[in-house]
Ligand binder design. Structure first.
Ligand code: PEP
Length: 250
């Protein structure tokens, strides 16, 4: 089963529109329509329109969405709003949203279902804390997050989604997971998808590693059998480092 690799930058709460345009133009200048991998960025809501306007080959993803279509949810952005401006991917369940905004597995499942209804691909983030890792609870945490966040999704939907394994202790810390840990955990994610669905779905779902990925370590992860790409925070903020990552993936 050959899965197309997918590399997505996550800008988080960074960049004004002018910075976003500069980044898009800087990266697009080096991309062709014939890349063997998907490359994209997830941007804050205020930058999405500018990113879409300047995207030729890059995927433009949102960093969050609300599962409801409309209503009295001050400050929220719905999936139809993302669809209207041409968004094709959306991160859900990032650890920062789980930690600071109490995003639950149940909320992730509702968001994923709504995203698929609009043909937007969810990038579901899961991962354990350092304390859970130290206590040997990683497998249990990943299984529980997957079971809850995939609830109600069909095998066809899951086969089209992206799952990002992001150990929380590796996000923004510079302490990236070593190759074996990243591969073993991504293999566990795939095995769990097989248990919850079937072998075909598990063979199709694209699994990313995320956590202090940079130009100097991306190749190690891309060499792993169960890692199909990366979700990248800090190293996606500058054109140069994102281009170095793209070149390494090529
Ligand atoms: C992330 O924000 O999902 C992430 C992996 O960040 P960083 O690459 O900076 O660790």
């Amino acid at each position: 089963m050959s899965r197309k690799p997918i590399i997505v930058g996550n800008w988080k709460m960074n960049k004004l529109q002018k910075d976003a345009v500069e980044f898009m133009q800087g990266v697009e200048a080096h991309l062709t329509g014939d890349e063997a991998a998907d490359f994209g960025i997830a941007a804050p809501f205020t930058c999405l329109n500018a990113c879409v306007a300047n995207a030729k080959h890059l995927i433009v993803a949102a960093e969050n969405c609300n599962a409801k279509d409309s209503g009295a949810y001050t400050g929220e952005v719905s999936v139809p709003m993302l669809e209207e401006i041409g968004i094709t991917y959306c991160i859900i369940g990032h650890s920062e949203r789980r930690t600071y905004y109490a995003e639950t597995n149940e909320a992730c499942a509702a968001k994923a279902k709504r995203l698929f209804a609009s043909n937007i691909v969810p990038i579901l983030c899961i991962g354990e804390t350092e304390a859970q890792y130290d206590a040997g609870e990683t497998a249990a945490v990943l299984k529980e997050e997957l079971k809850g966040s995939l609830e109600g999704l069909s095998a066809d939907e899951v086969s089209r989604m992206v799952i990002a394994y992001e150990p929380i202790w590796a996000i923004g810390t510079g302490k990236s997971a070593d190759q074996t840990i990243a591969q073993d955990c991504c293999a566990l994610v795939r095995k769990t998808v097989e248990e919850l669905y079937d072998a075909d779905t598990a063979a199709k779902v694209r699994i990313q590693y995320g956590g202090s990925v940079k130009p100097t370590n991306i190749k190690e992860y891309m060499a792993c059998a169960d890692i199909d790409g990366a979700l990248i925070g800090g190293a996606s903020l500058k054109v140069d480092s994102f281009l170095e990552i793209i070149d390494a993936v090529r």
